[in-house]
Each structure stands twice: as C-alpha cells, then as structure tokens.
Ligand binder design. Structure first.
Ligand code: C2E
Ligand code: CA
Ligand code: CA
Length: 580
C-alpha cells in the first residue's frame, strides 16, 4: 500500500465527508496569521476574512467586528474607492483584477508593496455572489524591478543618467524651452589624456577618476540641470535657461575650473584638464543639440584641448567639408595621389647631408597639393593612417635603397603617428618595407612625437624595443612640447632627439628660448642621444644651435622638402664641401 493511500484512509477515518475536510482546510487557512485572504458580498461587505488579514487591516480589533463592514468603514476614502472599483470590475466582467499599491493600509507592512488579486466568488450553480481575494507582499520583487529600471537609464560606474535618459531629458528641456521661448545649452565634456591615466595608473584608478569627475559635476550644476555620462570619459551637461543667466561662457569656464583642481587618486595627486563643446539656443530635437555640442567638442580638441568652444553654424560646413575630404582620402593611396618629398638633414661637424626625412603630400584632384597638416589628422581619426603609413614606409625605404644603389648612403627618417604605434601591425609593416627594399635596417629612422609616446607609454615602449631589435633607429620628434621628464624618456630606446621647431623659431624673439634650448640639449646629452635642431631658417639660429653643440640641423635655410630628382641634384652639388 502506498503512502498516499494510507494518508487518504487516515483522513477518511477522522472525517465524515469531503465537505468537512474542506472546512477544516479553510479554518486552517483563516487562522493563519500570515495569510491575507478575504471574502466579500456583492456590496463589498466582508463576509469572511483570515486572521492575518484582519490583524493587518485593523490591529487589535476582533475579526467579528469587521464582518459586514466595507473598506469605507476602515480605510481612507481614496483607497476604499479604488478597492471598491476593482471589486465592481470583477463582478461586471467575471475576470480577476490584480493591483499593486504601496501599502499604507497594512499596519504590519509599512512602506511595503502589496499586490492584491481579486476574483469572482461563485456559488455551486456558478453564480457570482461576491468577490474574494488574497494579498502578497511583493516589496522584494518591486525593488528588483525598480533597480532594473534604474540601471537601464543610469551609468553603473557613476550612477549618472546614461545616454538614453540624457536624450529623454534633453527632449523635455527643449520642449519646455520652446514653450517659454527660452534658450538651453548642452555641453559635451571630454577629459584630456584620460587614456593616459588608464595606461599609466591602471583601470581601477581610471574608474576612480571618472567617479570623482561625476561627483564634481553633480555639485557644480544647478538644480534642474542634468549631468550625465555617455560612456568612457564623455560626460554631458544639460542646462536649462535659468542657469544660463550668467552667460554660457561663464558656465563653461566654471566647469573647466572645477575639473582642473587636483584629484586624489590611488594615493597620489593627479591633474587632468578637459575640453568642452557647447551648443546653445534651441534645436528641433535632442540629437541635433547633442550633435552640435559634439562638433564643438571636436573643435575644442583640435584647438589644443583644455578649453571650451561654443558651436557656431559655420562649423556644419567645416564638418561637411572634412567628411568629403575623408572620403577622398580613402581612395588616395590606391589612386596614387600621395607622394613623398624629402628634406635633408645635415651633420653640423662634417657639414654633410647624412639623411633625409620623408614628408608626405597629397595631390588632390580638385584642391591641388595638400600639406600633411590638412589630412594627417583626418587619417588618424579615421584609422586610414595605418594604410597610409604602410605606404609611406614602403615608398621611403625604396627611395633610400635606390639612392644607396647610386652611391648615396643616407639615413631615411619616416614619421610615425600615435595611431600606428598603437598596433602591432607597425612591426609587420616595418619588417616588410625593409625586406622588400633590402634597405639595411640601420638606415631607417622612425620619428615618433613625444606626445604620441605619452598616449600609451607602456605599450609604445614595448613596441619600440621590438623595432629597435630589428636594427632601426628611433627619433623623438617635436621634443620639448610634451613636458616629459627624464625618467619618463629613459624607458624609450631612442637614438635621437629632434628639438621642436617652435624653440628654434623663438631664438632672438621677445620670449627668447636660448636657455630652454640649452636645457634640452643638456637633457639629450645626459640620455646619450644625438640632437637634431629642426626648422633652422636664419643664420643666428644656426649660430646658437652650433654653440649648443647640436649634432644635426634641418631647415629651410639649407633645403626645403624636395622631390627625389631635386634631392639627387643637391647631393651631387654638396659633394663639394662647405655648404653649411
Ligand atoms: P614634422 O615631423 O615636425 O616635420 C617637419 C615639418 O616642418 C615639415 O612640415 C617641414 O616641411 C617643416 N619644416 C622643415 N624645415 C622648416 C623650416 O625651416 N621652417 C618651417 N617653417 N618649417 C620647416 P610638413 O611637411 O608640412 O609636415 C608637417 C607634419 O606632418 C610633420 O611634422 C609630421 O608630423 C607630419 N607628417 C609629414 N609626413 C608624414 C607622414 O608620412 N606620416 C605621418 N604620420 N606624419 C607626417
Ligand atoms: Ca618629423
Ligand atoms: Ca618635428
């Protein structure tokens, strides 16, 4: 005999009928202090209710007291009205109703969320004689739902509104401003060199910095304004018209100031500047407002960071033009529109041309010859620089090999962008350029700017060491503009320092740079590096760098960047000594 059959037999022995058994079950249920069950007639009067429910509704009041009462006798009018309406709906439709309310009504569950299900109460013939229902505490579930809803609209790291909520808020802001014919503003804020912080101090420090920035932004804005994080180190501030009374410039200036204060991160003091793009006025929608702020941010970055730029209508044309140029650039390599000019480097002591630097030009089909300043930043931003750089390496190595065949053993210097240094492809590109041209590696110099090195110093140093092992030489370009320390530079396997043109050009000017040049050469010597002074145009500049014992010079005074043919001619002439 199975357990279930034994149990059924036992029950039958104590019960005279199934009815009696059901009554027993019901009595247990009604006596339970946690069960919230009730039965009402068609007029919403309590017929029966569980002890737990009675205690929750009216503590201390005997259950019998509640029988025959309605919600109106027990609760506040709004609550009773809502409950009554629910019950009428059940009676009318015969369908269950579920409601979820914050429980002011249950004395044992203050601040809880309670869900009540109400159903038709049917007699044996299936006629609806009233309603019955049960309530559950759904606080935990509601909290989880709330948390999910919050997370969908907030950034997990800083708890600021995320992109979706920002757009939503911006739409509301615009709508309100349109009605009041007022002006609003959106600011895009981007930390300068945030990647650097991540790379140097690690991602936890980067996260800490972002949180600190979020806190400062929250404190810096007025009530009614919104600070949000779109991702990475990109923050947005939405400003309503009332906060703009001081003028958007003042607001932007104040935020730059607040963010510039030193941060205490991972036990050390950190300073970061930021760039701000701002769009003011009104717009058709949030996307436009944010897009214009983003365009202004791009301009702020391009103008040298640590500043704000307010969007102007003309910037649209600039962006459009840039996009078109970028599209043209994508085809420039294939269409053979790029070419290299070569600018000689002279050894000061021997006065001989010892090398050349490859400098790229673009013969644009309609715009004519374009300088690298016009298109290299575009190439860097779009990533095209990797393919272009590959072509430059190949072309320059071929030219150097060709010159060598003709008896001119010159060093070939090639400029490498930060973006190229960011990827292992550079190693392969250098290797294949050398292999294909059969140029001895020691005749190739890679010029990397000081600021490019600072972008991702650890990874860059590693790649440069690998390149160095191939036998190529490394030059640090535009030296003096990146505020590097000696200790910092020592990690890079450099052979050469190129003192930035701006120092040479300031010689003899009101802000004379002679003392600075002296210091830079000393620094270079202490690192046992050769020094190149670039951008020499005048005899007094030459005199000074000679006195300071720079090893090499480069500049318009000796030669501009020239074609391979002109270079060969120059080399033939300078076989006669005494050019410098
Ligand atoms: P850079 O590496 O500092 O190159 C030196 C720049 O100074 C060249 O400008 C050169 O023409 C100019 N220059 C040389 N001597 C003088 C002088 O005496 N006076 C003045 N005022 N300027 C002088 P260019 O060719 O317009 O190149 C500008 C920059 O574009 C380069 O600066 C380099 O950073 C970048 N660039 C050029 N070619 C390439 C390339 O193939 N790849 C990459 N990634 N960047 C390149
Ligand atoms: Ca260079
Ligand atoms: Ca330079």
């Amino acid at each position: 005999m199975s357990t279930r059959q034994t149990t059924a037999k036992a029950i039958q022995r104590t019960m005279s009928s199934r009815d009696e058994f059901e009554r027993l079950c019901m009595r247990n249920l009604l006596a339970d202090p946690t069960a919230r069950v009730f039965f009402k007639d068609r007029e919403s009067r309590f017929l029966l209710l569980s002890a737990g429910f009675g205690a929750a509704l009216a503590p201390g009041r005997p259950l019998e007291d509640l029988i025959g009462k309605t919600d109106f006798d027990i609760f506040s009018r709004p609550h009773a009205t809502a409950a009554f309406a629910d019950e009428q709906r059940v009676l009318l439709t015969g369908q269950p109703q579920v409601d979820k309310v914050e429980s002011e009504t249950y004395h044992d569950l203050p601040d809880a969320w309670v869900s009540t299900t109400k159903l038709p109460l049917l007699d044996d013939e299936g006629r609806c004689i009233g309603t019955w229902g049960y309530s559950r505490n759904v606080t935990a579930q509601m909290a989880a739902e709330k948390e999910l809803a919050h997370r969908a609209l907030h950034d997990a790291l800083t708890d600021l509104p995320n992109r979706a909520l920002t757009i939503d808020r911006a739409e509301q802001l615009l709508a309100r401003a349109r009605r009041a014919q007022a002006s609003v503003a959106a600011m895009y804020i981007d930390l300068d060199g945030f990647k650097n912080v991540n790379d140097t101090y690690g991602h936890p420090a980067g996260d800490e910095l972002l949180k600190a920035v979020a806190e400062r932004l929250k404190l810096a804005i007025r009530e009614g304004d919104t600070a949000s994080r779109l991702g990475g180190d990109e923050f947005v501030i939405l400003i309503e018209s009332a906060s703009l009374d001081v003028g958007p410039e003042v607001v932007a200036e104040r935020l730059l100031e607040v963010l510039r204060e030193p941060y205490q991160i991972a036990g050390r003091q950190l300073r970061v500047t930021s760039s701000i793009g701002m769009a003011t006025g009104s717009r058709a929608n949030a996307e436009e407002l944010l897009q214009d702020a983003d365009i202004a941010l791009y301009e702020a970055k391009a103008a040298g960071r640590d500043r704000y730029v307010i969007f102007r209508e003309q910037m649209h044309a600039v962006v459009q033009d840039r996009r078109m140029l970028e599209m043209d650039l994508a085809e420039a390599v294939e269409r053979k529109q790029l070419f290299l000019l070569y600018q000689p480097t002279f050894h000061l002591a021997s006065q001989a041309i010892t090398g050349v630097e490859a400098l790229i030009r673009w013969q644009h089909p309609t715009r004519g010859e374009l300088a690298p300043a016009v298109f290299i930043p575009l190439a860097e931003r779009s990533g095209l620089i990797v393919a272009i750089g590959r072509w430059v390496l190949k072309e320059a190595c071929h030219e150097a090999a060709r010159l060598r065949e003709r008896g001119h053993e010159l060093n070939m210097a090639v400029n490498i962008s930060a973006r190229q240094l960011d990827s292992d492809e550079l190693l392969d590109d250098v290797k294949s350029a050398l292999a294909e041209s059969r140029l001895p590696p020691e005749l190739l110099t890679l010029e990397v700017t000081e600021t490019a090195l600072m972008c991702d110093s650890a990874a860059s140093a590693k790649r440069l060491h690998t390149l160095k092992r191939l036998g190529v030489r490394i030059a640090i370009d535009d030296f003096g503009t990146g505020y590097s320390s000696l200790a910092y530079l020592q990690q890079f396997p450099a052979d050469l320092l190129k003192i930035d043109r701006s120092f040479i050009q300031a010689i003899g000017q009101p802000h004379d740079s002679a003392a600075l040049i002296h210091m830079l050469v000393q620094l270079s010597t202490s690192l046992k590096l050769a020094t190149v002074a670039e951008g020499i145009e005048q005899p007094d500049q030459l005199d000074l760098v000679r006195r300071e014992r720079c090893d090499y010079v480069q500049g318009y005074m000796f030669s501009r960047p020239i074609t391979p043919e002109a270079l060969e001619q120059l080399l033939a002439e300078s076989a006669v000594p005494g050019r410098v």
